[in-house]
Design a protein around this ligand. Structure first.
Ligand code: GLA
Length: 514
């Protein structure tokens, strides 16, 4: 009996040695459990790493302020270092990223890796159960099933206004926005049709214990600001994201969509731009993105306040095809504009071609205007405005309205150009022909006239002739050169188009006299 017992103890000891030997070989490294990071790089904001040993080996996830839980893939421990991969959405050329977590004998960890544009190296320590409780990411409630929202009567013509982003990025505050409202009125641009004052990214603060999102300290009272803007005969716009973080890293509406829509309505907001940003981590299929945008569309409708809904997901998943059905009035079709001819003309000429989807109630949005920001010449800005007007694009200015030249103001306020953009037929104009760097675009107007734009995409002056076919009108026509402000001979004759410039014609049928 005793010998058997001894053999049993020995077997047990050997067994334990067999189990512990690999751990001993790791020289005391125990990667499993929760690790927390006190000094967290802003992007992607990794606050915690949790590692488990499962039947499949090591598994784990990072918790991030931008993307919630990020699965750690291909987890393997080599010596003191844990190696793993994460997906790297946003970067098609590099769809996964490699990370390491190196454990030190004092009980710390150094996490290195990155997502998209953020590379990090940050130190951490073992987390307490309390840390884990507070840092654990809570996924939002499931999204609504796909449905089609009925049209409403907003955005019969493309919205016009101003937005803070192109000129100020997130360096904005209450007094700057008030000053822009003042300048809209004083410059006459409000009366030219620019009604929305849109606060883009950078107004958000944190959520209170009730979950309600507060503006940050630069916006002490959003309701008072809305009242101020309304008292000037203007409308107020705000910006948010379906993700946990906006593109500039502010609080997004993830998990709070309905609540935020109500908050916006309570403040008196008239326009909401919903920018995918970190939401692309969660909603990366056509269906998911549609549902995410539908959730805000439904939430805005449920407030009972007429709020113009702007979808900003950079044209993914053919948004022009379904933007209306989720309640959208405008939908971005492209990535961000910048204040240079190359980007502007690439967007304006090439990247906004979903013509049939534009029309009263819903518009393709090639992004906001850069007119007045100084990066383009007079002729390039004319091209910018004309391209946008010909395509019935939203005209959302993006410069400092307090400081603009007469040339800028006159271009933005040009009644004949605005009339083309705002034409109630709502046709999105398109290219009818091109040759030698000259493009001819046509837009039919509600009164039977036709706008014909002749663009010169080269850096030399070009001579071009407007052909009768360009307007598509048969019979006698009257032709007016809108920038030159003069009538032309029948058909227009040969015209000189400045480098990167445009000649814009309004061609109208002349009624045969009886
Ligand atoms: C994205 C949008 C921009 C702007 C910024 C704000 O880049 O496309 O229009 O709203 O986010 O962060």
């Amino acid at each position: 009996m005793r010998a058997t017992h001894r053999r049993g103890i020995l077997a047990c000891l050997f067994g334990m040695l067999a189990v512990f030997a690999p751990i001993a070989a790791m020289a005391g490294v125990r990667p499993t459990g929760a690790w927390v990071f006190d000094r967290v790089a802003d992007y992607p904001g990794v606050t915690m790493m949790r590692v488990d040993r499962t039947g499949h080996g090591l598994e784990g996830r990072l918790t991030s302020r931008w993307y919630g839980d990020i699965a750690m893939r291909n987890v393997a421990l080599h010596g003191r270092t844990l190696h793993f991969d994460t997906r790297n959405i946003n970067d098609r050329d590099r769809p996964t990223r490699h990370w390491t977590a190196t454990f030190d004998p004092a009980g710390g960890v150094l996490l290195k890796g990155g997502i998209w544009h953020g590379d990090i190296a940050q130190h951490g320590r073992r987390g307490t159960p309390r840390n884990v409780r507070t840092l654990t990411f809570r996924p939002a409630a499931p999204l609504p099933p796909l449905a089609t929202l009925p049209p409403d009567d907003l955005a019969a013509t493309p919205p016009m206004g101003w937005s803070s982003w192109n000129r100020f990025a997130d360096k904005i505050d209450d007094s700057t926005i008030r000053a822009m409202a003042d300048a809209l009125v004083d410059s006459g641009l409000r009366d030219a049709g620019y009604l929305y004052v849109n606060i883009d990214d950078g107004w958000q603060g944190v959520r209170g214990p009730d979950g309600v999102l507060r503006p940050n300290e630069r916006f002490p009272d959003m309701k008072a600001l809305a009242d101020y803007v309304h008292a000037k005969g203007l409308k107020l716009g705000l910006y948010t994201s379906p993700g946990p973080r906006t593109c500039a890293g502010y609080e997004g509406s993830y998990g709070h969509v309905a609540q935020d829509a109500r908050t916006f309505a309570d403040w008196g907001v008239d326009y909401v731009k919903h920018d995918l940003c970190s939401g692309e981590w969660f909603y990366d299929t056509a269906e998911g993105v549609k549902q995410a945008y539908l959730a805000m569309g439904q939430a805005l409708r449920a407030t009972g306040r007429p709020i113009l809904y702007s979808l900003c997901e950079y044209g993914r998943f053919d948004v022009a095809n379904w933007g209306r059905s989720v309640g959208g009035h405008v939908w971005r079709t492209t990535g961000d504009i910048t204040d240079d001819y190359k980007t502007m003309s690439d967007i304006g000429f090439e990247r906004n071609p979903r013509f049939p989807h534009a029309g009263p109630g819903g518009w393709n949005d090639p992004d906001m205007l850069e007119v007045g920001n100084g990066g383009m010449s007079r002729d390039e800005y004319r091209t910018h405005m004309t391209l946008w007007a010909m395509q019935a694009a939203p005209l959302i200015m993006g410069h400092d309205l307090r400081h603009m030249t007469d040339e800028t103001r006159d271009l933005l306020a040009m009644p004949t150009l605005i009339a083309i953009d705002q034409d109630r037929l709502g046709e999105q104009g398109r290219r009818v022909r091109r040759a030698d760097g000259v493009e001819i675009w046509r837009k039919r107007l509600a009164d039977g006239a036709v706008a014909v734009a002749m663009f010169n995409r080269t850096t030399d002056p070009q001579s071009a002739v407007s052909m009768p076919d360009d307007s598509g009108l048969v019979g006698p026509v009257r032709v007016r050169d809108l920038f030159a402000n003069r009538n032309l001979d029948q058909g227009g004759g040969a015209l000189t188009i400045a480098p990167h410039g445009v000649v814009l014609l309004r061609v109208e049928p002349v009624m045969a006299s009886r």
